[in-house]
Design a protein around this ligand. Structure first.
Ligand code: FE2
Length: 271
């Protein structure tokens, strides 16, 4: 089966460009499932319900994965996210105990045409602000608890900063999952690999954003940080018309859950 993975369809005009081109892109690759990390779809903060619904209505994305600043506006949108038919999952390793309760899903099994895909979202402890459970141990527990008997593929979105950590997790999960990919660092890496046994990796899928920007920010509004040491200057969205969409296409053997192929894709448009 083929799984198409996007991450970070970035804000306003790039979100609109993505929606405009989405159908052609999907027709070209005809994936069985589509996953998108939508960390910054409404801004660099939390996505608003209107934009998630827009994606729901205009795209056939099966699972939305999430990120580090996920609880910024959680209470504004939690009713939507807690619905049974919500496609969004949160990182699985936030604390859950008698003092907090997040009913919102932390993994999702999607089924189409007799194929079942398990998607897990997990977050790193290294260089991230939020404190979370150990991702290695948490995912190990989850894979023991979830019934995997009729699952055809397992994909993990690891929201993290460092390359070493995702590589260590890749070794740890070899034979246990089909593919692990990184989000959060905003640069597509050239390291797609498949273990001799089973599991594939891509350290970062990259984002969909204005090409000539400083990670979506207009250079003129961020240069003060570097040239003056001023951190309070307001960052402005870059409005450059050159836009790039990046994604990867993963092929999984439905019988063995083995990763067969990983293809990085990068497409440029001018609006
Ligand atoms: Fe992030």
């Amino acid at each position: 089966m083929k799984v198409l993975i996007f991450w970070d369809i970035y804000w306003r005009i790039w979100r609109n460009a993505f929606l405009k081109e989405y159908k052609d892109l999907v027709l070209k690759y005809s994936p069985d499932f589509i996953i998108a990390n939508i960390e910054n779809i409404s801004s660099w903060r939390w996505p608003i319900e209107k934009h998630i619904k827009e994606l729901d209505n205009k795209c056939d994305i099966d699972v939305y994965t999430s990120w580090n600043h996920i609880f910024d506006n959680y209470f504004d949108i939690k009713d939507y996210l807690d619905r049974d038919n919500s496609k969004m999952i949160r990182p699985a390793n936030y604390y859950e105990n008698e003092f907090n309760y997040f009913p919102w899903k932390w993994y999702k099994i999607v089924e189409k045409n007799g194929k079942k895909l398990l998607v897990i979202n997990i977050m790193s402890k290294t260089f991230m602000k939020d404190d979370v459970y150990n991702p290695f141990l948490k995912i190990n527990e989850m894979l023991k608890e979830i019934d995997l008997s009729d699952i055809n593929g397992i994909i993990v979105d690891f929201h993290r900063e460092t390359t070493a950590e995702i590589y260590a997790l890749w070794f740890f999960l070899d034979w246990k999952v089909s593919f692990i990919y990184g989000t959060h660092t905003h640069i597509q890496t050239n390291d797609e690999l498949i273990m001799p046994k089973q599991t594939g990796i891509l350290t970062d899928v990259w984002m969909s954003w204005p090409l000539y920007s400083v990670i979506w920010v207009d250079y003129e509004s961020i240069k003060h940080r570097f040239l003056w040491g001023v951190l309070w200057w307001k960052m402005e969205q870059c409005l450059d018309k050159n836009y790039v969409v990046s994604w990867c296409l993963v092929e999984i053997d439905e019988k063995t859950k083995e990763c067969i192929n990983i293809e990085k894709i990068r497409i440029r448009w001018t609006l």
